[in-house]
Ligand binder design. Structure first.
Ligand SMILES: Nc1ncnc2c1ncn2[C@@H]1O[C@H](COP(=O)(O)OP(=O)(O)OP(=O)(O)O)[C@@H](O)[C@H]1O
Ligand SMILES: [Mg+2]
Length: 310
């Protein structure tokens, strides 16, 4: 998409830390991350299992408390203690789609209830007729038949269930959708369908996405910008094409080297890079978050920065 310079910031995340109390102490799942999401873009957050992606998503939708730092939505602070009114607005305007459509739907409820549950919670379900009309519209929007409203989740395939999950988010009228690995649990054959649906919905409803994935190849063609996260720290952030063309951080390079190439001979000849954190010499001073070129950020110390910008 276009250059990001003049765009409106929908979400601003500053110095976000999330700690969890665990047996024997505290575990820092997110160690101070900074990023903005612009209105209308698809922002990718990519990293291995356990790197803190879901924790960040859950902090944005206020399921996880921020231990430190701040999250702003349209300029207003939404982390920490906030007025009830704003909380209700956030519930509506920031929605999350979950990874596993088999686990995230209430098996004992009909689709009708599942899709409109969020509306009840914010007192916007209206009367029975209005609510049903909203459910039917949401189902149509995600490519399902309105008649499905009377059925139970177990009657649907994985792809259909994920569509139900998407309908449940859309019915709220969100502006920002946190899509947490929305296709990784699905059959390969239907992943593209769900990605295309998300892209269509973005266009028709003017949505902004935070798209979480553990694999750079998944987000390459659908994101405007990508942040790469490793062990609770964002190590690099750039426009998608820039990140693929000029990766700076060794961790990003390792992730890129893991993407399969279509040519089997080239694939066999390819060398997998393994990320070795000991390549950094942070013994004297730790790395800081720096802008290597306009819009391209990397976690680096002085010496690394000099190499990266040479
Ligand atoms: N409620 C919790 N209590 C304690 N530790 C937690 C809690 N939630 C998450 N963690 C830990 O925080 C770390 C980050 O978890 P998170 O779910 O954010 O990772 P992720 O990047 O989403 O991984 P995945 O790709 O597997 O979904 C993990 O080590 C996880 O075990
Ligand atoms: Mg996760």
């Amino acid at each position: 998409m276009s250059a990001v310079g003049e765009k409106e910031k929908l979400l601003e995340v500053r110095g976000l830390k999330v700690d969890f109390k665990v047996k024997g102490g505290v575990f820092s799942a997110v160690k101070g991350v900074d990023f903005d999401i612009y209105k209308g873009e698809t922002f990718g957050l990519v990293g291995e299992s356990g790197s803190g992606k879901t924790t960040i998503g859950r902090a944005i939708v206020r399921i996880n408390d921020a231990t430190a730092g701040e999250i702003r939505f349209k300029g207003r602070v939404i982390s920490g203690k906030i007025p009830k009114e704003l909380d209700r607005e956030i519930v509506q305007r920031i929605q999350m789609i979950f990874q596993d459509p088999m686990a995230s739907l209430n098996e004992r409820a009909k689709v009708d209830y599942i899709v409109s549950e969020g509306l009840y919670n914010i007192g916007r379900a209206g009367d029975e007729k209005e609510r049903l009309a909203l459910v039917q519209k949401a189902l149509l929007d995600v490519g399902l038949l309105p008649e499905f409203a009377t059925r139970f989740p177990h009657e649907f395939s994985g792809g259909q269930r994920q569509r139900i999950g998407i309908a449940r988010s859309l019915i709220m009228g969100p502006e920002l959708v946190v899509a947490d690995e929305p296709i990784s649990a699905l059959d390969v054959s239907i992943r593209a369908q769900v990605l295309n649906l998300l892209a269509e919905l973005q266009r028709s409803m003017g949505l902004t996405y935070l798209f979480i994935a553990h694999d750079l190849s998944v987000v390459r063609f659908i994101t405007d910008r990508i942040a790469v996260i490793n062990k609770g720290e964002i190590v690099e952030l750039a426009e998608t094409e820039e990140l693929f063309a000029r990766p700076l951080h060794p961790y990003t390079k390792a992730l890129l080297s893991a993407i399969p190439v279509p040519d089997p001979i080239a694939q066999r000849a390819k060398k997998l890079q393994v990320y070795d954190p000991s390549v950094h010499d942070y013994s004297t001073r730790g790395p800081t978050w720096r802008e290597a070129s306009p819009g391209h950020f990397v976690l680096a110390d002085d010496a690394e920065m000099e190499r990266y910008t040479k």
